[in-house]
Write a protein that binds this ligand. Sequence first.
Ligand SMILES: NC(=O)C1=CN([C@@H]2O[C@H](COP(=O)(O)OP(=O)(O)OC[C@H]3O[C@@H](n4cnc5c(N)ncnc54)[C@H](O)[C@@H]3O)[C@@H](O)[C@H]2O)C=CC1
Ligand SMILES: CC(=O)C(C)=O
Length: 258
Amino acid sequence: MSKVAIVTGSAGGLGLGIAERLVRDGFKVVLHDINEENLNQTVTTLQNQGMDVFGVVGDVSNQADQESLVEKAVEKYGHLDVLINNAGIDAVTPILEITEQELNRVFQINVNGVVFGTQAAAKQFIKQGTKGKVINACSIAGHESFEMLGSYSASKHAVKSFTHSAAKELAQHQITVNAYCPGIAKTKMWDHIDAEMVRHSHGKLQPGEAFEQYSAGIALGRYQLPEDVGNLVSFLASSDSDYITGQAILTDGGLVYR
Ligand SMILES: NC(=O)C1=CN([C@@H]2O[C@H](COP(=O)(O)OP(=O)(O)OC[C@H]3O[C@@H](n4cnc5c(N)ncnc54)[C@H](O)[C@@H]3O)[C@@H](O)[C@H]2O)C=CC1
Ligand SMILES: CC(=O)C(C)=O
């Protein structure tokens, strides 16, 4: 019987790379995103390539949406084995200018989303009476805090902390909870971070320079590809990782050392 995985925020970027890798690993994959147009396009493209995937539109920060996502996955494929809490957003703001609205939005999506997803998947695993895996998107910013990324870094530290608590509490049900911590990948997220860093630099940075400066510190000499993240998530989703729980594992080409 094929295993079933959900990947949130997978219309593009790292989530899409993860979804494609899991399909190649033999999973049936439920793609999920808040952006309906992008999600439909991505799902159609993958289905046209013969992949067994389907899409669910939803907002990870909405608890009812997360419950409904798991219900729809089970309705379609019969059961659930793995949830990848991948969806996330960035915010680039000097500390003195962070607003209540920004902080709430970043935490609602990056942190509440992970909590609600974990709850929905864990309830399903317990109902099934099976092992299950929850895999959360953390970041190098969950291990080291970055200038101008104050609310984002705090949210990713919270993801790491929640990963530890959930791993401890859910182990009694044979549910593992781990996180992947990417470095610098050239997705829409980094396009936005670069543009925002340029905007806040008052002429000191040109477009592309913030990305170049961050990438210049990578020991292996290149920025990250979605495939690099897919490699780690593939392992965390496989039975090879059955004895690993509560870990937030860096995949960054050598940038942050913990
Ligand atoms: N790009 C990078 O260098 C790094 C990314 N990460 C993390 O990896 C994850 C994926 O990042 P990227 O692919 O780069 O981002 P991205 O911005 O390229 O893609 C994120 C996807 O999530 C979706 N999304 C946003 N809010 C959502 C919501 N409320 N509900 C459902 N879907 C939503 C977006 O529509 C988009 O398709 C994020 O959690 C991010 O924080 C971590 C470290 C580095
Ligand atoms: C997007 C992200 O997590 C960083 C720190 O680059």
